[in-house]
Design a protein around this ligand. Structure first.
Ligand code: FAD
Length: 594
């Protein structure tokens, strides 16, 4: 695929210079100091010096800083938010690292050859082979390193299939891990500064990401009930021990921060990067805003940018991404406004994959969008476009579903928004977000227009403005597929992946059930995301590259501040955190070794 950034620029005819364009113009000239003066602030003054300055206390940044410290380098982390953890702390913390020691010990039949074949097939030609190889080679070492140098331990997410298990080297039983339960007391007072999770765990329960699949089924499946009881038991046991149990992203960010505490690495909160500092074309520090003053932190060995994506930058979304898009459908951390990417661009970095994101269908609920996982895969639901017609395998990987929404969205056939249609039978059986089966949906969801309810399919069609006959025809055809157990249009349930969030008691196809029991519901579906995946182009050593392929000395990027090693795809659960942590580790090791 051609470089989306270049395409966009070639095709765009902006009315006038944007703030972004002006700032880009204020970039380094002849290796001059990029100061706050260029950005309207006061002059920067040199105050401190470290070997390595890491920007962002998220997954990539904290892993990088921990590595740097353990390699004997003096490292500091500067963080924009009043909390640490970024999106990583909000996340489910699935981590996709083929051939790591945890999955090998669990008996996963992975090999380097299988992983290489699979990743190559998933990312196609978009990502240089050397970067793929670097990720696969360093990933297992990174995970072992983190376990040796922090309180983090990981568990295999058994059964969470790779997203394309049928590809060569794909693993139907999965190769993802997630953090084990961590006692938050290891963080001491720092625990209060941990960025909260996206969806809080119900009080008294300890829940892993791998439990979620079963909790959605807890009303209809004995294993679901058993898992719900186990979550409560874990919570009770932790309370009796006086612990503050953390799991998922809370455990990941908390554990990495605990590692930094033990290694004596300072993390300066409320200290946003303002710009990179360059001398003679080399990145030799950063200008930050600290206590209202612009401060220069010199980095004698290197700067690692791990400041996340640009999901909350309306200007960058508008400039680089397909429309409609904004900043209200993402669930990423709100501080992720592309600051590091823009600073890198001013320093001469090439950008890539800027049109893409870690997409997923989301419901624009009041307050915060809801990123749909199991809800669109469980039997008894369909996704339809504005013409009332199905357009995708509802159980497909979430990124793929949104790519289809954008690809097919035309004035003649609106796919944004799309609608998730379910019946009462579905609502009687499955958890929906945090609403238990049978319980009514919150009134605010209806008031906001995110959900509609009607007693017939025709009435529902009318409420959401799609042709009544078309929606009726779609439901009738889908119901025939459900009874037969074969989705002849989109093959839902054919892949092992589709069956992960399914209902094993529904036969003959655990992903398919007819929609027949009124009332019926329609949930508005928009292109949500976990964050963006485009950023600075990097090489296999995580060094930032210019458009001509040359390296910007001293400058490294990892995580969503860099172009993703996954290209436009998504290999399995944890395809953003696994590479983010790995390239943070690679960057710090490269600095230590050169
Ligand atoms: C609800 C949710 C669930 C998710 N589940 C998963 C999952 O299970 N598996 C998976 O792989 N991925 C998941 N993700 C995505 C994953 O969390 C992110 O892609 C990942 O955290 C990116 O890592 P990062 O280090 O690049 O960014 P982040 O973890 O977001 O860290 C970036 C940090 O940089 C800081 N920052 C921003 N600007 C500046 C600045 N100017 N100066 C200093 N600091 C700055 C931010 O405040 C933030 O702390 C999920 C995300 C969300 C929101």
């Amino acid at each position: 695929m051609a470089d989306a950034t270049q395409n966009h620029r070639a095709n765009s005819t902006p009315a006038g210079p944007s703030r972004r364009t002006l700032l880009r113009g204020a970039a380094v000239a002849g290796g001059a100091l990029v100061t706050g003066a260029a950005l309207g602030g006061g002059p920067a003054r040199a105050e401190v010096e470290y070997d390595v300055v890491v920007v962002g206390a998220g997954a990539a940044g904290m892993t990088a800083a921990l590595t740097a410290a353990k390699r004997g380098l003096r490292a500091v982390v500067v963080e924009k938010a009043p909390t640490f953890g970024g999106s990583a702390a909000r996340s489910g913390a699935g981590i996709w690292i083929p051939n790591n020691e945890v999955i090998l010990a669990a008996g996963v039949p992975d090999t380097p050859a299988k992983a290489a074949a699979y990743l190559a097939r998933v990312v196609g030609g978009t990502v240089p082979v050397e970067r793929q190889q670097a990720f696969l080679a360093a990933g297992p070492a990174m995970l072992s390193f983190v376990m040796r140098n922090s309180p983090l331990r990981f568990r295999f997410m058994e059964g969470y299939s790779d997203y394309y298990p049928e590809f060569p080297g794909g693993m139907p039983n999965g190769r993802s891990v997630e953090p084990d339960q961590l006692d938050g007391r290891v963080l001491g007072a720092e625990l209060a500064r941990l960025n909260p999770s996206y969806i809080p765990t119900p009080a008294g329960m300890v829940i892993f990401s791998a439990d979620y699949k079963w909790l959605t089924l807890s009303a209809v499946n004995p294993k679901g009930t058993e898992v719900a009881a186990l979550c409560l038991l874990r919570g009770t046991e932790a309370a009796l021990r006086g612990e503050k149990p953390l799991t998922m992203g809370q455990a990941l960010a908390g554990g990495l921060r605990a590692g930094l505490l033990a290694a004596g690495v300072p993390v300066w909160l409320n200290t946003p990067l303002v710009d990179l500092h360059l001398e003679g074309g080399r990145a030799t520090g950063v200008v930050v805003s600290k206590n209202g003053t612009q401060t220069l932190i010199k980095a004698t060995r290197g700067v690692i940018v791990g400041s996340g994506g640009f999901e909350h930058s309306a200007a960058m979304r508008a400039e680089f991404q397909r429309q409609p898009i904004g900043t209200s459908w993402t669930v990423g951390a709100k501080e992720n406004t592309g600051d590091g990417i823009e600073a890198g661009e001013r320093a001469g970095a090439a950008l890539e994959l800027m049109d893409d994101a870690w997409w997923g269908p989301a419901i624009p609920l009041p307050g915060e969008p809801y990123f749909c996982l199991a809800e669109r895969t469980l039997p008894g639901c369909i996704l339809v476009n504005g013409n009332g017609v199905r357009f995708v395998n509802e159980g497909a990987p979430y990124s793929d579903v949104v790519h289809v929404m954008y690809d097919r969205d035309t004035p003649a056939a609106r796919h944004i928004p799309a609608w998730l249609i379910v019946d009462q039978q579905y609502r009687n059986r499955y958890l929906f977000k945090d609403v238990a089966p049978l319980l009514p949906l919150p009134a605010s969801w209806y008031d906001s227009g995110a959900v509609h309810k009607a007693w017939t399919i025709e009435q529902l069609a009318q409420r959401i403005g799609v042709p009544q006959a078309a929606l009726r025809g779609t439901v009738t055809r889908f119901n025939q597929f459900a009874v037969a157990g074969k989705d002849l249009d989109f093959h839902r349930g054919d892949s092992v992946y589709d069956r992960y969030y399914a209902d094993p008691y529904v036969k003959p196809n655990p992903c398919l059930a007819p929609l027949w029991l009124p009332p019926f519901y329609a949930f508005k579906i928009v292109p949500g995301d976990l964050g963006t995946k485009g950023g600075m182009r990097t090489d296999a050593r995580a060094r930032v590259l210019r458009a001509d392929g040359s390296v910007i000395p001293g400058l490294y990027a990892a995580g969503n501040a860099s172009g993703a090693v996954m290209g436009h795809s998504y290999a399995g659960a944890g395809s953003t955190l696994g590479p983010a942590m790995t390239f943070g580790y690679v960057a710090a090791n490269d600095i230590a070794g050169t």
